[in-house]
Design a protein around this ligand. Sequence first.
Ligand SMILES: [Zn+2]
Ligand SMILES: [Zn+2]
Length: 428
Amino acid sequence: MWIKSARIVDPGQQLDFTGNIHIEKGKIKAVEKASSPMPGTMHEEVIDARGLWVFPGIIDMHAHLREPGYEYKEDVYTGSLAAAAGGVTTVVCMANTEPINDNPSVTKYILDKAEEAGLVRILPAGAVTKGQEGKVLSEMGLMKKAGIVAVSDDGKPVEDTSIMRRALEYAATFGLLLISHCEDRRLSEAGVMNEGALSSELGLPGIPSAAEEVMVARDTIISSYTSCPVHITHVSTQGSLEIIRNAKAKGIKVSCDVTPHHLLLDETRLYDYDTNAKMYPPLRTGADRKALLQGLASGVIDVIASDHAPHARDEKDLDFDVAPFGAIGLQTLLPAVLRLHFDYGLGLMQVLSLVTVNPARLLGIDGGTLKPGSRADITIVDPSTNWTLSEDMIMSKSKNSPFLGETFRGEVVYTICNGQIVYRKNGI
Ligand SMILES: [Zn+2]
Ligand SMILES: [Zn+2]
């Protein structure tokens, strides 16, 4: 297959030029400037990509696909459809399923479902502790053999500091990144939104920024003490970012991601009590959001990940204080990243690195680049199209997006995974 005359942007190789890509047997064979002659044979497919942008396939290192156990919210197949439609070719799925992915048989079950779906690459994260109960470490080595690429008790923090220390050391021996959901549950308690003036005004119980920050501080201290890496997921406050910036400056092996919703929305989104904007961590203040945007520009933030968290309509239709936390995001991850480029003046290469080469490096997986010899995972976008997110275009089983009704610039027109077209926009 050939992709012809596209703007090719690959942060991993710092490439940005107009050219052609040759794909053979699921791998990138060559990337050439447009001036080079393009051989191609009769039986090869050619995508005419004039005016289109071509990126390495997008990697989402934090999503919940809900299978096994919560298939009424999402399953591996519908999650794969949503990913493909969003230009995402690799999804890391969290372990808080039912049963929890804390042993190789659950890992294998998820991978079998992913193969059945046959669309995008699904890479499971295993639980840090058995049953995500925070007491006994899971079978990380056996799960790694079965195919996990990271460990996380996401959905919950690892509360016991001694367990966290041993988990970091154990995960490091297997080269598994530990993804930490930072929450002091004594502080977050019954909170449902950011604690502050607005939570008082709306009459909703608050979650203080300190509930996140004390755990970010703890994790970086333990990481420093053990010299083992830790990855802080869904960073939402200015204070957390400051702790991470200081830790990085000292050479501590800490990395972090933020979500599109924390970058593009703040707590004022909750004036209408829309439960689609209820998530953990909660949307924070305008000042926090500004700090996160600055963190992107300064390079403290390593990755943008969706924290795709589907919930059924009847669950989200409850009152704000009892509805579950979480928002979907697989289909809006890349559109949000493009908005950061178009509307916030961040470099295209820079924002793309946060969803391609950076997560690939942190997880130690292949992909995330268009280097010859790599997996042919490719996302093609039409940068000239504006489109508005509506429920009928959401491929997930659940429709709980805080971006419904919002207009984005740049539309995915092709998603190619392992050399196969897994999504093609209607009419193309
Ligand atoms: Zn979480
Ligand atoms: Zn999550």
